[in-house]
Design a protein around this ligand. Structure first.
Ligand SMILES: Cc1ncc(COP(=O)(O)O)c(C=O)c1O
Length: 404
């Protein structure tokens, strides 16, 4: 039998993504090398158009009226989110950002003095604050070590988890590094022990496929502006519908999250909508729906392949530059690439790169207290997306070579 083109070792694998097409959809690619996708990615044109169009429509017919007229467009975010994360539409709540989504989930987990939370060393700063508050309320918060590769130590997690543990809280990809934590393995361990699993997928959403069933999570928090390429001021929270009745009421609710049913009584929405508030950026909501559809159309597996490939290429090229130290850890790495240059501060480098038309960021010491000890401000965070290309990597590495 003749092998098909994809099976023939002499035929190069067809790129899964049409890079020229996605760059053409991203007008800013002509002007800037955007390696700050872990901060906020460049939105594609359809997202920008949907957001601006909704804002214009609001201004034309009225804010409340536009919601009535455009319900179907506004519901795209739940439909597309359900497809992307393999959950029900009623299991998704729109939030303004990932921190809000995480806090709403966290505050609804029934816990009291003597109960335990297990977490990892890559936990994001907002989440760490929540864990500190829990500790001050008498809840025991145990930080599981990293293993030798830098990811959460699964053996230690398994040894430590017991019936006292009510929650396992994990950041999938830390804000300040290329590590991808083994979320599905953590989810399986939490499930086995009967603990809730809260996954911070802020940096992984839009970078790779996320299936809440495969990940075994009860909650998942994420933001719109990063690898999903959605508008700023948008986020999502997934809450597994089968646990809703066992949870505490969300940290704050309004007349949308609940019905005022009696003088001294209220009833929460019977879905994840209880984690949503009435007022939001409806233009952002419309834009986020389009961003999710856009990523689904490209395919999350294809996106992951491209992002991981570009990240690996950037690491390889940076490693050959004298004076550069790479900092990414873990067995699996993503599109976030962190490094330092001998004798060069990260902020000074960021500003110099900006002057050369390249956007990067720096790690924030206060976000690393738990993660890896406070760094000295020398670590640059560059983060690639599928619309970046090899030529941009060459130009970036050239810049690093001249600075180092
Ligand atoms: C891993 C991680 N979690 C949570 C957040 C918080 O996201 P937001 O700023 O949307 O609240 C960030 C932001 O950088 C992050 O990197």
């Amino acid at each position: 039998m003749t092998p098909s083109a994809t099976e023939d070792p002499d035929v190069p694998a067809r790129p899964l993504l049409d890079v020229d097409a996605v760059r053409a959809d991203t007008p800013a690619c002509a002007d800037v090398i955007h390696f700050n996708n872990a901060g906020a990615a460049l939105p594609p044109k359809p997202v920008l158009d949907a957001t601006v169009e909704f804002l214009n429509y609001e201004a034309t017919v009225g804010g409340y009226e536009s919601v009535l007229d455009r319900e179907d467009d506004l519901n795209r975010v739940y439909r597309a989110g359900a497809r992307m994360f393999n959950c029900g539409e009623a299991e998704l709540a729109l939030t303004s950002n990932a921190s809000e989504a995480w806090w709403r989930a966290f505050s609804s987990v029934p816990m009291g003095p003597g109960d335990r939370i297990l977490t990892g060393r890559a936990e994001y700063v907002s989440n760490a604050f929540g864990l500190m508050q829990a500790r001050r309320r008498g809840i025991d918060v145990v930080v599981i070590s990293d293993d030798d590769s830098g990811q959460i130590d699964l053996a230690e997690l398994e040894d430590t988890i017991d019936e006292r543990v009510k929650l396992v809280s994990l950041t999938h990809i830390p804000t300040s590094g290329g590590l991808v934590n083994p979320a599905a393995e953590v989810g399986a361990i939490a499930k086995q022990a009967g603990a809730y699993f809260l996954l911070d997928a802020c940096q992984s959403a839009g970078q790779m496929p996320l299936d809440v069933e495969a990940l075994g999570c009860d909650f998942m928090s994420l933001t719109g502006r990063k690898f999903l390429r959605g508008p700023r001021g948008t986020g999502l929270l997934y809450v597994k519908s089968s646990i809703l009745d066992d949870l505490e009421p969300p940290i704050f609710i309004d007349g949308y999250s609940a019905d005022w049913t009696g003088v001294d009584d209220y009833e929460l929405q019977p879905s994840a909508k209880r984690f949503e508030l009435f007022e939001t950026s409806f233009a952002g909501k419309a834009g986020l729906g389009v961003a999710l559809e856009y990523a689904l159309d490209l395919g999350l597996a294809a996106i992951e392949q491209r992002v991981v490939g570009l990240g690996a290429q950037l690491r390889t090229q940076l490693a050959s530059v004298g004076g550069v130290t790479l900092h990414d850890r873990g067995v699996n790495k993503c599109g976030i690439v962190t490094f330092s240059i001998d004798g060069v501060g990260a902020i000074a480098f960021r500003d110099q790169a900006r002057g050369a038309g390249i956007n990067v960021s720096q790690t924030v010491p206060s976000a690393w207290q738990v993660a890896q000890g406070a760094p000295d401000g020398s670590i640059v965070r560059s983060s690639v997306h599928y619309y970046n290309n090899e030529n941009e990597i060459d130009r970036f590495v050239d810049l690093v070579s001249t600075v180092g």
